[in-house]
Design a protein around this ligand. Structure first.
Ligand code: SAM
Ligand code: SF4
Length: 352
């Protein structure tokens, strides 16, 4: 079967899978403080069902898999799931997005199972701010996770930072991590996904801020920092600190070739600095991805709530129906997304 094209000629080769919607952190922009509501037994796909789905869509042209969530490393079946996916011959690349806390413990098993790459989320280098953003996390856990990723040879190691204007993060400090170490620091524009965008969490806890009061529910469009502004700020701080200005990395020479990020580099740095402009400029024209939610729905676009459930068909062992639903979902992949504030589901449920 040749690679599937959608209605706008895009080759659909990349699947992002939310293996769970649970997490050991509670980032203010992603989850309510009490976590996600617990689901009835059987509501979420099992690792075997996920692997079966991947096997089927590999026959439709899917070549790259990203495991995400929630936090994929809290799933007890993550290692066998990776091994099962690795055994599917058409799958060329398996990556995982994680908050890094469990990486020091799991990295050897993940490597052995066949995981190729990891993306680690890190929004700040301040232990205090890290605690406030993640509510349950400690900075040193994630920093040790980055060390483990480098030690175990996951290549390339990307570090993702969501930038929110009101958080006033030390973005140059984060970018500077790429000077000495072969890591790719990527700044992602804050996106109004789920409650964090539409309604806000009714929580009373402070994310951070000068007076200690800053709530995700108060964040708005002005908290999305456009990548151009960010890049100029980081570059100027590089000059002021004697590190030098950011220089563009030739297109196609970044850590992921033609992905959505644009990459830059401090002079002589081991790693790069990338910018993902989900909000300020669309990369919909080259979007090659589909998503599978933890409860078994195919989601053709992160920003659109249209979903196509394959759970019942997978459970019935009806491969033909699974494929019909998958093709239908591809046929309905929107040409581009409108960002008008909020989605019905949180990022942790969609699989960010
Ligand atoms: N738990 C893993 C982690 O944090 O890396 C994987 C799932 S998490 C939902 C995936 C990514 O989505 C993280 O980098 C997180 O910072 C990002 N994210 C969550 N909510 C977001 C939002 N509203 N805007 C932009 N990025 C967001
Ligand atoms: Fe968990 Fe990742 Fe969401 Fe933070 S961003 S709450 S680590 S799923």
């Amino acid at each position: 079967m040749p690679v599937q094209h959608d209605g706008f000629g895009r080759n659909i080769t990349y699947l992002r899978i939310a293996v769970t919607d649970k997490c050991n952190f509670r980032c203010v922009y992603c989850m309510p403080e009490e976590g996600v509501p617990s689901r009835a037994h059987g509501e979420l796909l099992t690792a075997e069902e996920i692997a079966r789905f991947v096997q089927l869509v590999a026959g439709e042209g899917i070549r790259r898999i990203r495991l995400t969530g929630g936090e994929p490393l809290v799933s007890r079946r993550i290692v066998p799931l990776i091994a099962d996916i690795r055994a599917i011959p058409q799958i060329e690349d398996i990556s995982l997005t994680t908050n890094g806390a469990l990486l020091p413990r799991l990295a050897p098993q993940l490597k052995e199972a066949g995981l190729d790459r990891v993306n680690i989320s890190l929004d700040t280098l301040s232990p205090d701010q890290f605690g406030k953003i993640t509510r349950l996390g400690r900075l040193e856990q994630t920093m040790r996770g980055i060390d483990a990723a480098l030690t175990w040879g996951f290549e390339p190691v990307k570090v993702n930072c969501v930038v929110v204007r009101r958080l006033d993060q030390d973005v140059f400090g984060l970018a500077r991590l790429s000077v000495e170490r072969p890591i790719h620091l990527r700044f992602i524009e804050y996106m109004p996904i789920g409650d964090a965008g539409a309604r806000g969490y009714r929580t009373a806890d402070a994310a951070t801020g000068k007076d200690g009061v800053l709530r995700a529910e108060e964040w708005d469009a002005s908290d999305t920092v456009p990548s151009t502004e960010l890049r100029e700020r980081i570059s100027a701080a590089g000059v002021a600190a004697g590190v030098g200005a950011l220089e563009p990395v030739e297109s196609g020479e970044g850590p992921d070739g033609a992905g959505p990020a644009r990459y830059w580099r401090f002079p002589g740095a081991a790693g790069t600095v990338g910018f993902i402009t989900a909000m300020s400029s669309h990369f919909c024209a080259s979007c090659n991805r589909m998503r599978l939610t933890a409860d078994g729905s195919i989601r053709p676009c992160l920003f659109s709530d249209a979903e196509y459930s394959v759970r019942a068909a997978l459970r019935a062992g009806d491969d033909g129906r699974v494929l019909r639903i998958y093709r239908d979902a591809i046929a309905h992949k929107p040409q581009e997304h409108e960002v008008i504030g909020g989605t019905a589901r949180q990022m942790s449920q969609i699989g960010g």
